[in-house]
Every structure is written in C-alpha cells, then in structure tokens.
Design a binder for this molecule. Structure first.
Ligand code: BQF
Length: 285
C-alpha cells in the first residue's frame, strides 16, 4: 500500500510562501509582481490551464493580465504582442500558453520572449542555464516533481531514476534536475527497447508520455516512488494519468494521484518564478 503524495497540499505550502514574501515586498516597496498570460485560440484544455494560472496569481497577490487572441492570429501579430510585453516595465513575467495554432512557429515565439521574463524557462538561454545548474528560472513541471519527491523524504542521491518521455518541457529538464541531485538517470522514450525491463529497475519513476494508464504493475519495482505527470482526458470526461493507478499503487512506496498530484505543483512553481522575475527586475535580491 503506497503513501499518497498530496500535490494539492504541497502546492498550497509553496503558494503560501510566495504569498507571504509578496506581501512583505508590497509593504516595503509598494509594488506587486505582474504576470502576462497569452492564450491564442480556443483549446478548452488551454482555457482551463490559463484560468488556473490567473486564479493562482490572485491567491498569492500578483497582478495578472490576460491577452486572448483569436485562433487565426498570425505569427507576426503574436510576436508583436510579445515585444510589447517585453518592453512593458509593469509586466514581470510573460507566459504564452502552449500549444499555439499550427500557423505559428512555437520556437520563434519562445525565442522572442525576453529571457528575464521567461517564467516558463523555455527560452534557450534559460534552458542552457538549467543544463549548467544555474537556475535563473525553474522549469515549472520538473521543479514541481522535485518538490513532490522531496516531500516524501526519500533521498535522490545515488538512486536509479527513470524518466519516461523526452520532451523539452518535461522529460529533458526533469532528467537534468534529477541528475543535479545526483540521481543515476535514464531517459526512456517511444524507441526504447524492452521498456519494462528498464522501468523495473527504477527506485524513482517519473512518467511523462501522454498515454492514459500506460504504466502497469509489471513495469514497476516493489517500493518505487512513482510520479505521474500525465494529464489525459478520457471519453467520459475524467482526467487520468499515464500510470494505471489501481494496479501500480499497491506496489509503490509513494505515488502521485491525477488530478491533485503534479498539476497543482506546475502552477505553484510558475508563481515562484514570477516572484523571482519581479525581484530580479527590481534588484530586490
Ligand atoms: C490538478 C499542461 C499538458 C499540456 C500543456 C492542476 C493543472 C492541471 C491539473 C494545470 C498543464 C498541466 C498545464 C491540476 C497547467 C498542469 O489538480 O491535477 C493544475 O493547470 N496545469 C499547462 O499550462 O499546460 C499543459 C499539460
């Protein structure tokens, strides 16, 4: 029987700290962090995520400004908005909700965001810093996963860590963060041969492949820590992770639920990054 890692609770603690510090800074300097949230088109999942981010801003005492652009927005129009926000001294963080419609080159947009306002840490300069271990901004989802692992009290150093998924947003930076805490890290993906034989070795298994119920009991070592980054919407409307929770839970020592696991942590780490951006831009370190 596994212990549940409560992402709602851990994220509430992180947001509470951000809120406290924000309030202290406001008392001292009369200014609050401000986040610009850009959404292009009408993807219903993106709408939910943007609303979660705006709600979190309100909770921690930030200002947030939403820029909702139509589905047929051109790349030039979006670049122009990003440049305006880059130049706006009253905006500390800029977030363009992904994915963007297909006529827009995602990388062109990410590259255009000022690296100092890049609270998602997707800009190549910030990605490079993550690789070196110089965390200007934390990659939100991987950093949230690290907080959840820390919450278990399980030591990462020396442990076999397996990450399933190699995306730029989750898998790759996740592997880096585990490596920086001296995990022995393996990254698996769609071409990995005999995946179960690799994942069965994992003391810490982080799953981010985007396939509902993909990880089954036979793929997990007895006593492993299992972190489920998956967010799959089933036909019945229910949210479901990449891990078959019912099967895997009895084998794991610790496991995250979906919802209420990694998702809330992603939002909390975004708040932390926005506070960091605000402090840097105002020389408050
Ligand atoms: C929860 C995301 C895939 C692709 C793009 C809380 C969120 C989700 C779940 C949330 C996600 C996933 C976000 C829960 C932001 C996490 O209670 O379990 C919060 O808002 N997320 C995103 O912005 O883009 C994504 C997943």
């Amino acid at each position: 029987m596994a212990n549940l890692i409560d992402g709602k609770q851990v994220s509430a603690t992180v947001k509470e700290q951000v809120k406290q510090e924000t309030e202290n800074l406001f008392q001292k300097y009369g200014k609050r962090p401000a986040l610009a949230v850009v959404i292009v088109g009408n993807n219903p999942a993106s709408r939910v995520y943007v609303n979660n981010k705006k709600k979190a801003c309100e909770m921690v005492g930030f200002q947030s400004f939403e820029y909702a652009l139509p589905e047929d927005t051109t790349q030039e129009e979006l670049l122009e908005l990003v440049q305006t926000l880059n130049a706006d001294e009253n905006i500390n963080g800029i977030l363009v909700q992904l994915p963007v419609p297909k006529q827009i080159d995602e990388n062109a947009i990410i590259n255009a965001i000022s690296s100092e306002k890049d609270v998602d840490a997707f800009h190549p300069e910030n990605v490079g810093k993550i690789m070196i271990g110089d965390y200007a901004f934390l990659p939100c989802t991987p950093a949230g996963v690290m907080e959840l692992i820390h919450a278990t009290g399980i030591e990462i150093s020396g442990k076999k860590c397996v990450v399933i998924g190699r995306s730029n947003i989750v898998g790759k930076p996740m592997a880096m963060l585990l490596l920086h805490e001296s995990g022995t890290v393996t990254i698996c993906h769609s071409r990995t041969q005999d995946l179960p034989s690799v994942t069965r070795e994992a003391d810490i298994l982080v799953v981010a492949i985007g396939k509902a119920n993909f990880v089954t009991a036979d793929m997990v070592k007895e006593g492993a820590v299992v972190i489920d980054v998956g967010m799959n919407r089933l036909e019945n409307g229910k949210l479901c992770g990449d891990v078959n929770f019912a099967e895997v839970e009895p084998k794991a020592s610790w496991i995250t639920p979906v919802p209420g696991g990694v998702g809330p942590m992603t939002i909390a780490m975004l708040m932390k990054n926005t506070l960091t951006a605000f402090k840097k831009q105002n020389n408050l370190f």
